[in-house]
Design a binder for this molecule. Structure first.
Ligand code: MIC
Ligand code: SF4
Length: 748
């Protein structure tokens, strides 16, 4: 990692902070310190939380293979020779979990050859570091190699905030944002509000860092963090390991938060040292006061934060969340009663640990401690037990220290260092369509269809140590803190609370490096896109707005309830088309509930009355007739991931406008970038007015201005017109994107 970058930042921070303290007339939170030292233009920047747009200069960009394809295709349209900021690509999402790490990796390399060659050649040409398949999951590799206290990184993945565990602002974005920053532009984001989370006490026994964020998810809900940054502070923060902090900030994405961050402390310095970054650790220690909030903040936090959450770690219980949403939280002691009451299947079909959220040495050693207790009592896992290491280092260290063997003895399978079952890249052998099964994991997302591709599967999330204990029981309602298990010789096993090590005493074992540096000069390198490829397709610019209002457009779908990006653009088998816009667009809305159709992902062609078609089929028909269409969405529309396909496919298939009750941050930006008009109902009750056969007009678009409501006319089938008001959050610049047809068109 470029130490010069860290030195330069710390050297300029004192002036930036002094200037900001003077302007704001008070001390600064850590978030503010990082923001003011990354501002593009201090003179013109307006500092108004929840209102102003910030123009920032990130230190780095990170991309994973499933989103990097679109990011790179868009970057290439900008015509630059080399990226303007240090950037990396990580091959992790496209590896399918089926028969264990070795075989799965070889199959992935073969299956995804075209995509890997494209990404590797583009990386080499444009000056981007390339992490080969098998090297690890993006967030773990970034934490081990690139994250540093006080930095600002953007990443084309919603769990980029994992880097907040190392004291940086690490923010998930769509590929267009990444492409622009790599092309040398500043990065824009709504000035977030600040939630201060004050931690006191120390985690006890079975409770782990995961429980902090599961509890916060229950408290704030999946939209509670939208356009907000969570800044953790207080004496409890210093008691949590660096990787534990990473778990908490990673899963802050589930709140819709812009990001989450912890102040620099000794745990971070220790993590930097053990990951071979002594110099960064020393620099951070020497500049400690730049990397934590000013002392007055902790004394009167209510003056600095817009909202405060207090958590006493000593009293926190282990939590389980789910099914289907990460904010359905309860302490584990309440799980059994709730499962009975709501009829969740109690027999577990799979238990999974690891992923980008929870595969630290601490997680794995605590889970292994539980596994050894079960093995000693003669027990084996009563359900499929799968382990996903986060990186090569983690994998080899687990192997060296005997953890892998322990998990295998209990009946576990170790998968490749990749996303695998977390993103539907999982061939679950015993899955039966239509049957409701329960699974439990230490992952971060549990939307329907996400893991094994079946919408009915109930996916629960908890800490790796609880997953491991519950795997021995094979029963969702097993509470290892209070209940016992029958052993082979008829005795009762009561698990001791898990014990583990934060960091490996012998240091991390080294695996295969997996890193390929870019060429010094990439001019002669050709980016590899085979003609006629099924996997990759060069992008054609979207058409410019023709300057006319949208008149009497048909309604494509009115989504009901949760509409995450997994519902709009499912992953799993569709991941293979992430570089081919036309092909992937066939998945559009396949997971969404249509208010006007009993089957998920289907609807009616209102022009012909034909029903039972996929939404993509209907959209293609309207498009062929030269018609645009409108989508109506519910609350927090576009929740979840950063995948811009959830915006590009609708745009490509002719959707002009999306009117929702509210939007998730990354998705709203993705829609704006791709030239779709994103509007919110001024009165959310108007959502109920929209009928399947309505035609919708959006008028006076010539006068679209920041802050100005937009008039929408609903033309009813009986000839009546109903006019409603909608709001929008476009800036001048974003209006220019809309007019140009996309942000990228506006650049050229
Ligand atoms: C996810 O966890 O949902 C993903 C898969 O990592 C996505 C990115 C993608 O869809 O490629 C994310 O979090 O942004
Ligand atoms: Fe991969 Fe899952 Fe992490 Fe997303 S949340 S980066 S799919 S491991």
């Amino acid at each position: 990692m470029a130490i010069e970058l860290v030195k330069k930042l710390y050297a300029k921070m004192p002036d930036a902070l002094a200037r900001a303290r003077k302007k704001f007339g008070r001390g600064l939170t850590l978030t503010e310190k990082i923001l003011v030292s990354h501002v593009d233009n201090w003179e013109t920047q307006v500092w108004e939380r929840g209102k102003a747009m910030l123009a920032l200069r990130p230190d780095r960009v990170a991309m994973q293979d499933a989103t990097a394809q679109m990011a790179m295709l868009q970057f290439m349209q900008a015509g630059k020779k080399r990226v303007a900021v240090p950037s990396t690509i990580h091959c992790d999402h496209l590896i399918r979990a089926e028969s264990g790490s070795q075989k799965d990796l070889l199959r992935a390399i073969d299956e995804n050859r075209e995509v890997y060659n494209f990404l590797a050649s583009a990386a080499k040409k444009y000056g981007i570091g390339f992490w080969k398949p098998g090297a690890g999951i993006i967030h773990q590799v970034v934490l081990e190699n690139y994250a540093f206290p006080g930095g600002l990184i953007i990443g084309t993945d919603s769990h980029t905030p994992n880097g907040g565990g190392l004291g940086m602002l690490a923010i998930g974005v769509g590929g267009a944002d990444a492409g622009e920053v790599m092309a040398g532009l500043a990065w824009e984001v709504l000035h977030p509000k600040l939630i201060g989370v004050r931690l006191t006490g120390t985690l006890q026994g079975w409770t782990s860092p995961k429980d902090v964020i599961l509890y916060v998810c229950g408290l704030l809900t999946v939209k509670g963090g939208t356009n907000k940054i969570l800044e953790y502070f207080g004496p409890g923060a210093e008691t949590i390991s660096c990787t534990g902090k990473g778990t908490i900030t990673n899963m802050g994405a589930e709140l819709g938060a812009t990001t989450s961050v912890f102040p620099f402390d000794d745990k971070m310095a220790a993590y930097l040292r053990i990951t071979d970054r002594e110099e960064v650790a020393k620099l951070a220690e020497a500049n400690r006061e730049l990397l934590v909030a000013d002392p007055e903040v902790a004394k009167a936090p209510e003056k600095y934060f817009d909202q405060i959450v207090e958590i006493d770690l000593s009293k926190l219980e282990p939590h389980v969340v789910g099914p289907h949403t990460p904010d359905l939280a309860r302490p584990i002691s309440k799980m059994a009663a709730e499962a009975r009451e709501k009829g969740y299947p109690v027999q577990l079909k799979a238990a999974l640990i690891g992923s980008c959220t929870n595969s630290s040495y601490e997680d794995i050693s605590r889970a292994a401690h539980i596994a050894r207790q079960g093995l000693k009592a003669g027990l084996k896992a009563k359900t499929a037990f799968l382990v996903t290491p986060g990186s090569e280092r983690i994998y080899h260290t687990m192997k060296r220290d005997g953890f892998l063997q322990t998990f295998e003895e209990m009946g576990g399978t170790v998968l490749a260092n990749a996303c695998g079952p977390c993103i539907g890249q999982w061939k679950r052998a015993d899955a039966v369509k239509g049957r409701v099964d329960s699974i439990i994991s230490s992952y971060n997302r549990n939307f329907p269809g996400r893991n094994d591709g079946l919408n009915e599967t109930m996916s629960f999330l908890t800490s790796p140590e609880i997953v491991t204990a519950v795997a021995f029981a094979g029963d969702l309602t097993f509470d290892p803190m209070h209940a016992t298990l029958k052993t082979a010789d008829g005795k009762e096993l009561k698990f001791e609370p898990p014990r583990g090590e934060e960091l490996p005493a012998k240091g991390f074992a080294r695996g295969e490096e997996g890193y390929v540096p870019p060429a010094e000069n990439g001019d002669a390198i050709q980016v590899e896109i085979p003609p006629g490829s099924e996997r990759l397709q060069l992008l054609q610019p979207f058409p410019r707005w023709d300057g006319k209002d949208f008149i009497k457009l048909p309604l494509l779908i009115k989504t009901k309830g949760k509409t995450t990006t997994d519902h709009i653009s499912p992953a799993g088998p569709w991941l293979k088309y992430r570089g081919h816009l036309d092909k992937i667009s066939d998945n559009m809305f396949l997971g969404a509930t249509n208010a006007f159709h009993p089957e998920i992902g289907k609807g009616t062609d209102v022009l012909t009355g034909e029903s039972g078609l996929t939404i993509a089929q209907i959209a293609r028909r309207y498009k062929a007739k030269g018609l645009g269409s409108v989508v109506v969405g519910d609350e927090n529309y576009g929740e979840g991931s950063s995948r811009e396909h959830a915006a590009m496919s609708p745009r490509y298939l002719g959707v002009k406008v999306i009117v929702a009750k509210s939007f998730a941050r990354i998705h709203e930006t993705n829609l704006k970038k791709q030239g779709i008009l994103a509007l919110t109902f001024a009165d959310p009750k108007d959502y109920d007015q929209i009928a399947q056969t309505d035609r919708i007009s959006v008028v006076d678009l010539q006068h679209l201005k920041p802050g100005k409501p937009v008039k929408v006319i609903i033309h009813k089938a009986d000839g009546k017109d109903v006019t409603i008001q909608t709001n929008q959050s476009y800036t001048e610049q974003q209006i220019a994107w809309f007019k140009a047809g996309s942000a990228l068109n506006a650049l050229n």
